[in-house]
Design a binder for this molecule. Structure first.
Ligand SMILES: O=C(O)c1ccc[n+]([C@@H]2O[C@H](COP(=O)([O-])O)[C@@H](O)[C@H]2O)c1
Ligand SMILES: Cc1cc2nc[nH]c2cc1C
Length: 349
């Protein structure tokens, strides 16, 4: 199988740190395991970071933005590849993810990996590979070389964020049409039917949804993606922002920096990266269960349990940012709570 990097050593997950974290939590002045999934979250972060002194202060949301040629088939809110306006809005700080990031003390960085148009803002990083993907109904979305380029850009961007001292990396994206691409990826990689994974994306009408499902079926029939070749799947039915997301997950997993997933686009990228590097999912935190139908399929497949289930389907990294509040909660518990010994309390059995 062609992988993005032949020589890749994933940072090992520390079982010792995980056990020490659970012991630390069990010793706090609360019922054993009383904080439920928040405790699992702390264990996971400890395992990834290799310490019970969790580092969560500095965090950044990397928002990869790109267009999809498939929107000309009327599968999305518009039939023009115009993610520019929405992406500029994120770069300028006025979008949903920005509002949430302000409250959750998170920086937001927007990286153009394939917008169709030009833009005015100077606040977007220009790593444009192509002006949108091709229409995947009639040809492969991109070449294998461009798929590798997208992964490389996401990898480098992730590494830069880690070098800049970020303790947590959050995944975000904008790309009209990308739920069509992600449905095609997930259906292929998990051997599921289109009806089991596809959903309404950025909220299309019921009639348009029926059409979208047929388009995805036609795409799969025309492209015949092979799940044993994930790079081929990315190039045939993927998108540039999905490839960049794969690269950032790799950078985080190599460095031992937790990567916080967002919604369905993160899910599709996670499925691809797990196919390249089995076990890499251990470095991922599932922030929320996206409202997209295929999201539950992916999280079940990867063995991930989402922290939140709010029916969110915004993208941009918004769900990942919302979950930071829970990370801050468990961190506060670890820092500020006293222990059972402080209360001279002992469990009798
Ligand atoms: O994150 C999600 O789960 C999610 C679910 C539905 C829609 N989106 C966002 O909406 C866009 C994709 O929707 P669509 O209908 O154009 O495929 C893209 O910009 C995503 O950021 C995102
Ligand atoms: C308004 C809007 C905002 C978005 N943010 C991410 N994807 C989006 C799609 C739409 C349609």
């Amino acid at each position: 199988m062609q992988k993005p990097f032949d020589q890749l050593t994933l940072h090992s997950i520390s079982q010792t740190a995980q056990e020490q974290m659970q012991a630390k939590l069990d010793n706090l002045s609360k019922p054993i395991k009383g904080l439920g999934q928040l405790e699992r979250l702390a264990d996971k972060l400890a395992g990834i970071q290799g310490t019970t002194d969790l580092k969560t202060t500095k965090r950044t949301c990397l928002v990869y933005v790109a267009d999809h040629g498939i929107v000309t088939e009327a599968v999305s809110a518009t039939s023009e590849p115009i993610s520019n306006v929405l992406s500029e809005n994120v770069a300028e700080g006025h979008a949903c993810v920005n509002a949430l990031a302000m409250r959750n003390n998170c920086s937001v960085k927007v990286i153009d990996v394939g917008l169709a148009g030009d833009y005015q803002t100077t606040k977007m990083v220009n790593r444009k590979i192509q002006r949108g993907t091709h229409n995947m109904l009639t040809e492969d979305a991109m070449s294998r070389e461009d798929a590798l380029k997208a992964i490389q850009i996401g990898y480098e961007t992730g590494q830069q964020a880690i070098k800049a001292g970020n303790d947590l990396i959050l995944l975000g994206e904008v790309g009209l049409g990308n739920t069509t691409a992600c449905s095609a990826i997930v259906a292929t990689m998990l051997s599921l039917s289109v009806d089991e994974v596809a959903d309404k994306g950025s909220d299309i009408s019921t009639k348009q949804f029926e059409h979208k499902k047929q388009v995805i079926k036609d795409i799969l029939a025309a492209r015949q993606p092979d799940k044993t070749d994930p790079l081929g799947v990315l190039s045939q039915v993927g998108g540039f922002e999905i490839g960049a997301t794969v690269g950032t997950i790799i950078a985080g997993a190599e460095a031992g920096v937790p990567v916080i997933m967002d919604g369905f686009i993160s899910d599709a990228a996670a499925v691809l990266v797990e196919a390249f590097y089995p076990g890499i999912t251990a470095h991922l935190i599932a922030s929320h269960l996206s409202g997209e139908k295929g999201a539950q399929q992916v999280l079940n497949y990867l063995g991930l349990r989402p922290l939140l289930q709010l029916g969110m389907a915004v993208g941009e990294g918004s769900g990942a940012v919302v979950a930071l509040a829970l990370i801050d909660d468990i961190q506060s518990v670890l820092i500020n709570m006293n222990t059972l010994q402080d209360l001279n309390f002992e469990y009798e059995n």
